[in-house]
Design a protein around this ligand. Structure first.
Ligand SMILES: O=C(CO)[C@@H](O)[C@H](O)[C@H](O)[C@H](O)COP(=O)(O)O
Length: 219
C-alpha cells in the first residue's frame, strides 16, 4: 500500500512529504497547466524531483507513436531511476508502453475507465495502470467493480502492474478505492489534508488540553 500526491506544486509536495506518508508523485498536463501555466515543464519536474522521493509520473503531450517515444526519452533523461512515463491509453500508446518496457523504462498508462483497458496496459508491460474514479462516476457507473476486477485479474495472471486510482474528488472516493483493491490512491493536496481532520478528533484534543491547562483549578 502507498499513497501518491496528484500535484506538480513543489512547495505543496515538499510540505506534504514531510508527513512521511507519501511515496510518489503523479502529474498530468491539466494539473500543470492549472497550477503553473507559464512554467517550463523540465524545470518544474526537476523541482518536484528535488523535494520528493519515489516515482514521478510525467505525462506525454504529443500524439503520434514516434513523437511519444521521442518525448518519453527526453523525460526519462531527467532522472533514469524515478521518472515514470505516463502514456494515455490508445492503440499506439500500447506500442509505446511495450517499446519503453523493453528499454527498462517505467510507464504509467493513464485515462482508463475500464478493466479491459487496464488488463491490456498491464500485458503490454505497464508499471502502473491508472483508473479514473471521478470520471467513471460522472458517466453514471460504479467504479468499485472496475477496480476490484482489475485487481483480481492482475493477481490471477501474475502481472506486476500496480493499480493507481486518480480523479479522486472526495474522502468517500478514497475509501471506496482502497476497499475495492487499489494499490495506490493518488490524492490532491486539499483532499490529503482533509484525510487528517475529523471534528470529533479536534474537539477531543481541545477537551484534553483544556483539562490539562485547568488541572487543580477546582481545588
Ligand atoms: O492518472 C493519474 C495518476 O496516474 C492522475 O494524475 C490523473 O491524471 C488525475 O487524477 C486527473 O486529475 C484526473 O482527472 P480529473 O477528473 O481530476 O480532472
Amino acid at each position: 500500500m502507498a499513497i501518491f500526491i496528484d500535484s506538480s506544486d513543489p512547495k505543496e509536495i515538499q510540505e506534504l512529504y514531510g508527513w512521511g506518508v507519501l511515496s510518489g508523485v503523479t502529474t498530468n498536463p491539466l494539473i500543470i497547466a492549472r497550477e503553473a501555466p507559464d512554467a517550463d515543464l523540465g524545470e518544474r519536474i526537476r523541482e518536484v524531483l528535488k523535494v520528493s522521493w519515489g516515482d514521478v509520473s510525467v505525462e506525454l503531450t504529443t500524439e503520434t507513436e514516434r513523437e511519444q517515444l521521442e518525448e518519453a526519452l527526453v523525460y526519462h533523461a531527467w532522472d533514469r531511476e524515478r521518472i515514470c512515463i505516463k502514456v494515455p491509453m490508445s492503440e499506439h500508446g500500447l506500442r509505446v508502453v511495450h517499446a519503453l518496457t523493453k528499454k527498462g523504462i517505467k510507464t504509467n498508462v493513464t485515462c482508463m475507465m475500464a478493466m479491459n483497458q487496464a488488463y491490456l496496459a498491464a500485458l503490454a508491460g505497464a508499471t502502473y495502470v491508472s483508473i479514473f474514479s471521478g470520471r467513471v462516476k460522472d458517466l453514471g457507473y460504479d467504479v468499485r467493480p472496475v477496480i476490484s476486477s482489475t485487481r483480481t485479474i492482475l493477481e490471477r495472471e501474475g502481472l506486476p502492474a500496480k493499480i493507481i486510482v486518480g480523479s479522486m474528488r472526495s474522502m468517500f472516493d478514497i475509501n471506496e478505492a482502497l476497499e475495492a483493491g487499489a494499490h495506490i490512491p493518488t490524492i490532491t493536496p486539499p483532499l490529503l489534508r482533509k484525510m487528517v481532520h475529523h471534528p470529533r478528533t479536534e474537539s477531543t484534543i481541545e477537551e484534553f488540553n483544556n483539562a490539562w491547562r485547568n488541572r487543580g483549578s477546582k481545588k
